[in-house]
Design a protein. Structure first.
Ligand code: SF4
Length: 236
């Protein structure tokens, strides 16, 4: 049992080492921000949207609003106008206004830096909180599981689940805490590059000789089996 666990961790370690080498310039969020307030706002607005879509909206938003006081004092209608390029923009406008109000009242206008405090705010789930904590404070309290992490972790056999909370737990048990932020960013980079949800490009992937879902590895194993069969026949 222990051996299996250690084999799993060894496999996970190898994956992360290769991904960190290949995607070393991408081990960060792709959301645009230049201070903690902007990171908080961008992360809050990002669920169910691509980073490109979020960045497009925040470029105008950040030109108009700078502080949590600005967001708290704006009318929901005004915020909705700025956020209309995002999915669920009406709910996000409400959450942004309310979360800003709470941050002013309870945290003196500063972004809180714990999972418990962040996830108590409207519109902030574990994924968003993990992004804020890792990017903004260098804190690893968990692993942000987005759609890329879901797909790649499953294909790589790092989890058997398709539920974000369970995937996060599985990944946290396989990787050392200091790497949790990198795990998320590395799997996201892999998902953007070769391991896309619609089409996996295993031929180009740095993990194609070890990944259990690799088409390339599958072909190699099949070819080796056929050679063995041929040899056995010839010896008969
Ligand atoms: S080998 Fe293929 S399935 Fe495995 S991680 Fe790479 S692209 Fe995805």
């Amino acid at each position: 049992m222990e051996e299996t666990e250690s084999a799993k961790k060894g496999y996970a370690k190898k994956i992360l080492e290769r991904l960190k080498r290949k995607y070393k310039s991408e081990l960060h969020t792709h959301l645009n921000y230049s201070n903690l307030t902007q990171l908080f706002v961008a992360a809050l607005l990002s669920p169910q949207c691509t980073d490109t879509q979020t960045n497009k909206v925040t470029s105008e938003l950040f030109a108009r609003f700078s502080t949590f006081k600005d967001y708290a004092n704006a009318s929901t209608k005004t915020l909705q106008k700025y956020l209309s390029g995002l999915n669920y923009y009406k709910t996000k406008a409400k959450h942004l206004k309310l979360a800003s109000k709470i941050i002013i009242e309870q945290y003196n206008g500063r972004v809180p830096k714990s999972m418990k405090e962040l996830t108590a705010l409207p519109g902030i789930g574990r994924k968003v909180a993990n992004v804020i904590l890792h990017e903004g404070f260098g804190i690893n309290e968990g692993i942000a599981v987005d759609t890329h992490v879901k797909t790649t972790a499953y294909r790589l056999g790092l989890t058997k689940s398709k539920k974000p909370e369970e995937i996060e737990k599985d990944l946290m048990s396989l990787f050392p805490k200091r790497e949790w932020g990198n795990v998320s960013n590395a799997l996201i980079a892999l998902g953007r590059d070769t391991c896309k949800a619609r089409k996996k490009e295993c031929e180009r992937c740095v993990l194609n000789d070890i990944c259990q879902s690799s088409i390339t590895r599958g072909r190699r194993i099949q070819a080796a089996k056929e050679i063995t069969k041929e040899k056995a026949k010839a010896e008969d």
